[in-house]
Write a protein that binds this ligand. Structure first.
Ligand code: FES
Length: 179
């Protein structure tokens, strides 16, 4: 599994070059660094490097990293599963109006609580507000992908796919993670 030690300085420099080393692109740069970390976070060493190359004070970079919920400065799971907790998803037919139901499905399948990361570093469970896919609620977001019409079976399959690094198969609308 990737971690901050495996994300090289060259790779981070390349990310910044891709944005012309433009300080106006700070959020995009940090998002790309976070995605490339393999653990969904921005390590301090890369924040320092970004500060130097983009000529942005380190304090401003940490302001950004701590202000936006999408960022983390500590390692999270390779798959960050964000469960929508906004009202329309609560009242979708799939979860019979019980916001906690979807959380329970994920916690049960992943065997961790909300906010925790699995021991194998594969999965972190988090809450999110509306991701704009209310019509297919209940919904969870993993990276840029949104998974809707969730039920207990789908959640179990989704978590299994994440554990096995096989999420693409679920995205191909396989009813279960095929292995
Ligand atoms: S309320 Fe869940 S996607 Fe909109």
């Amino acid at each position: 599994m990737n971690d901050a030690r495996e994300l090289t300085e060259d790779a981070v420099l390349k990310i910044m070059e891709g944005y012309g080393n433009d300080s106006q692109q700070l959020i995009a740069v940090l998002l790309d660094i976070q995605a490339a970390s393999g653990r969904n976070y921005v390590d301090r060493q890369w924040a320092l490097l970004a500060s130097k190359i983009l000529a942005v004070p380190l304090s401003k970079i940490f302001d950004v990293l701590t202000f936006y919920a999408m960022f983390s400065v500590t390692p999270r799971g390779e798959y960050l599963i964000e469960i929508c907790q906004s009202a329309p998803c609560h009242f979708s037919s799939g979860c019979s109006g019980r916001a906690q139901q979807v959380v329970d499905w994920f916690e049960g399948a992943a065997k961790i609580k909300m906010g925790q990361t699995s021991a194998d570093g594969k999965i972190t469970l988090a809450r999110t507000s509306c991701v704009g896919a209310c019509e297919i609620g209940p919904v969870a977001k993993i990276g840029d992908d949104v998974f809707g019409d969730l039920n207990g079976e789908k959640v179990t399959a989704l978590v299994k796919c994440c554990r096995e690094g096989n999420l693409n198969q679920f995205q191909n609308e396989a009813p279960q993670c095929q292995n």
